[in-house]
Every structure is written in structure tokens, then in C-alpha cells.
Design a protein around this ligand. Structure first.
Ligand code: PMT
Length: 401
């Protein structure tokens, strides 16, 4: 989403200016080209050199520092911009932006910018609540500027209040979401995608359960990619270890039967369902109401089969494009082809989890994609985000065939 996008980061003078250094790093990590402009007050908190080293570009501070004879630098930078981000945005720069004041490099360039402007206010809570600031923020929203909500927490002044700069990774997620909302031609725009993630837990007694090694990383990567492609995503998650991705409806469940019930609730409205979760195939036939005591030398627990969610979805399929996974340690192709047919899936993504760095609880995956009447497609070892992007690329191509 931010890959190769030209981002101009405007840093104004608040204590949160130090966090803007990490924001530069996070934006670059997403593939963005970042240039930084600073107000005079911002330079009291952090030096331009910090941003120069991180962004690998000259840092703009002075309207009259014209380095190229054939260019007016603030107009040139404004025209270069794909998205302008003001973080931290102080009450002062917000007031200037709301009233069209251009009295330094940052505000002059912002006035000349036609690209979307993303404002991240950060200030003392009383300054934020001041009617003048509230009025200026309302003006910015009316002017189609995107204003991110500041966080509530421990302020630099030593008390709790609203006005903290959100963490840089949260800002980046919010920028990505904002860019998605601006795009009209995304392939999954107006599509509802349900994704399951993580390993379900089946209770033995109030303090014990059986589960598997699924971390949820594959499912969460798929959810973020689907969101970036414009989809409305419902992520049905059996894990609480990963933080909720921005702009996605996350429903936490625990057992296979809860997952089945939750998927079925929204199945009718779904266009795509991706079963990336490792769903327990068996559960204890009886759940003990009280903790099982170690009175006996051995313990036998009887298990019964859980309902197969993907199979059920296949039986009730109407318009939905069904993507299942297959986690195998041997005979990958024959098991995957069998699941494709029996579960009436449109696609099975098979991973050989006996290989190093593949499958459960890894950051990378290597998969083979099986579809009816089609040759298998191999996706070599890469990050789960990249695998997720390839899966959707192939699924979208298949859906519009
Ligand atoms: O979560 P990570 O740590 O990132 O690991 C990713 C993963 C290895 C869990 C993922 O890549 C994966 O392979 N998920 C499916 C694991 C699995 O349960 O595979 P299976 O071959 O047992 O099941 C086949 C398909 O049927 C799967 O889509 C599964 O979600 C579904 N199923 C299985 C049992 C059941 N009762 N209901 C189901 O819907």
C-alpha cells in the first residue's frame, strides 16, 4: 500500500517529536520514500540530522534555502508528495493549517500540497480540549484532511489525559487504511472476506485444553492483505497473542464449535472465505466441570470428532469462493487434491509443515496451490505477508475468469 509512495513527514514542535524518528523508519520499512520538513520548534526537540540520516534525504527547515536554481523547493516538494503526514501535529500547526497561514517552510509547503493530508495531533489534553483547537480540528475535517484520534494515557506533564501521539506502527496502519479508503479501483472493494486464524482450543476441564502449534500469523497476514485490497474483512481468531490489525473486524473464539457458529453467522454475506485456522479434528467427549484430580495412575480421555467447518461451508456454498489450507507432513499433493474435492473448495493452499521455516508458528511459508482443472502453482519460501498477497492475486484472477 505504501510501496514506492512519496511521503512528506511534517514534524512540528512537541515532545512527541522524538517518536517521529521511528515513524520515518516504519514508513521506509513499508517501502515508502520519505522526506522530512521540520518547524523551528521541532528542531528544539530533535535535530534535522537525525531525520536526514534516517530518511537519507535533505531535511527541509527554511523557506528561503533554495538549493536548485531551476526549482522553488516548497512547490517542488508539494508536487512530489503522494501523501503528507503531520506528526506530531501541535495546536499551532493545526491552527495555521485550518486558517491557511503559511509563515514557514512546513506550512507554506502544506498550503501548496494537493495530495491527501494526514494529521496526527499530539499535545497536552487541555490544549486539545481548548475550543479553538477543537474548532480548528473540525475545520480540518471539513476540508477533507484526515485527522487521527490522539491516544489517552500518561502525558509528559505527569498526569493522565488525551493527547498522546499513537505508536508509529499504529500511525502507519492508520495511514494505510486511509489510503485504502481513498482508492476506488481496488480489486476487493465492496467484497466481504471471512478469514479464520490460529489453533482452536478444546477444553478437557476448567484449567486444561488441547490445541496445536498454530500462531495465527498466516491468517492475520491474509487479513491485512485482503484489507489492503479493499475488502471488508472479518477475522475469526482463535488466538489473542497477535494484536488486532487496523480496520478489520476481529472476533475472538476459542473452540472449533465456536468457530463454526461464528463463521456461519456471516457466511451468507461473504464473497470469500479463507480457512487458514488449524481447527481441532477431535475434542474431549466430555468436559469435566471441575479440575480433574490426579487420583489414578493413568487417565483415559475419550475424544469425538469436531464438525468440519470447511466441509460444511462447501455443502452450503452459493456465490462464495472457498479457500482451504492443508497442513501435511507427507503425500502433500494427494491429500490436498482429496480435500479440494471432498470439501468442495475453490482452492486448497497446501503447506508441507515437515520442512524448516514452513507452516506452524513461523514467519515464512512455502505453499502449493491446488484448484479444480488447473495445474498446481508453487509459491516458494517467503514471508507470510508475501504468500498471502500471492494467494489473493491467484484467487482474484480465478474469480473473474
Ligand atoms: O497459524 P500459523 O502459525 O501462521 O501457521 C499456519 C498454518 C500452518 C496453521 C496454516 O498455513 C495452515 O496450514 N492451516 C490449516 C491447518 C489445518 O488444520 O489443516 P488440515 O489439513 O487439518 O485441514 C484442512 C482444512 O480444513 C483447513 O482449511 C482447515 O481450516 C479446515 N478444517 C479442518 C478441520 C475442521 N474441523 N474444520 C475445518 O474447517
Amino acid at each position: 500500500m505504501l510501496d514506492n509512495k512519496n511521503v512528506v513527514l511534517y514534524v512540528s514542535g512537541g515532545i512527541a517529536a522524538y517518536k517521529a524518528a521511528d515513524l520515518v523508519r516504519q514508513l521506509i520499512k513499508q517501502g515508502a520514500n520519505v522526506k522530512v520538513a521540520m518547524t523551528a520548534s521541532a528542531q528544539e526537540f530533535v535535530t534535522p540530522l537525525t531525520f536526514q540520516i534516517l530518511s537519507k534525504h535533505h531535511v527541509y527547515t527554511d523557506t528561503f534555502d533554495e538549493r536548485q536554481e531551476d526549482k522553488v523547493s516548497h512547490i517542488h516538494l508539494a508536487d512530489w508528495t503522494d501523501i503528507a503526514v503531520i506528526a506530531p501535529a501541535t495546536a499551532n500547526i493545526i491552527a495555521k493549517l485550518a486558517n491557511g497561514i503559511a509563515d514557514d517552510f512546513a506550512t507554506t509547503t502544506l498550503l501548496a500540497t494537493t495530495a491527501p493530508v494526514f494529521v496526527v495531533p499530539a499535545m497536552n489534553s487541555h490544549m486539545l480540549e481548548n475550543p479553538a483547537t477543537a474548532r480548528n480540528l473540525t475545520t480540518l475535517r471539513a476540508d477533507n484532511r484526515f485527522v487521527m484520534e490522539p491516544e489517552t494515557g500518561f502525558l509528559a506533564e505527569g498526569y493522565e489525559g488525551k493527547g498522546r501521539l499513537p505508536e508509529p506502527v499504529t500511525i502507519v496502519e492508520s495511514i494505510k487504511q486511509f489510503l485504502v479508503s481513498q482508492q476506488l479501483d481496488l480489486p476487493l472493494k465492496n467484497k466481504h472476506v471471512i478469514i479464520t486464524a490460529g489453533g482452536t482450543k478444546e477444553r478437557i476441564d476448567p484449567v486444561r485444553y488441547i490445541t496445536n502449534d498454530s500462531s495465527g500469523k498466516m491468517g492475520y497476514s491474509l487479513a491485512s492483505v485482503a484489507r489492503d485490497l479493499g475488502a471488508h474483512v472479518t477475522l475469526i481468531s482463535a488466538t489473542k497473542q497477535l494484536s488486532n490489525p487496523f480496520g478489520i473486524d476481529v472476533v475472538h473464539i476459542s473452540s472449533a464449535s465456536e468457530m463454526l457458529e461464528t463463521v456461519m453467522k456471516t457466511y451468507n454475506s461473504a464473497d470469500i472465505v479463507v480457512m487458514a485456522a488449524a481447527v481441532s479434528d477431535y475434542r474431549p467427549k466430555k468436559q469435566a466441570a471441575k479440575k480433574i484430580k490426579k487420583n489414578e495412575e493413568s487417565l483415559i480421555i475419550e475424544f469425538e470428532k469436531t464438525r468440519d467447518i470447511l466441509y460444511q461451508l462447501g455443502q452450503e456454498k452459493q456465490k462464495q469462493f472457498l479457500i482451504g489450507f492443508a497442513a501435511e507432513t507427507n503425500d502433500l499433493e494427494s491429500y490436498a487434491q482429496e480435500k479440494l474435492k471432498r470439501k468442495k473448495a475453490n482452492m486448497i493452499v497446501a503447506n508441507d509443515v515437515s520442512k524448516p521455516n514452513v507452516g506452524f508458528n513461523k514467519n515464512t511459508n512455502e505453499v502449493t496451490i491446488f484448484m479444480p482443472n488447473s495445474e498446481p502453482i508453487e509459491i516458494s519460501l517467503r514471508s507470510k505477508e508475501e504468500v498471502a498477497a500471492e494467494i489473493f492475486k491467484i484467487a482474484i484472477k480465478q474469480m473473474i475468469k
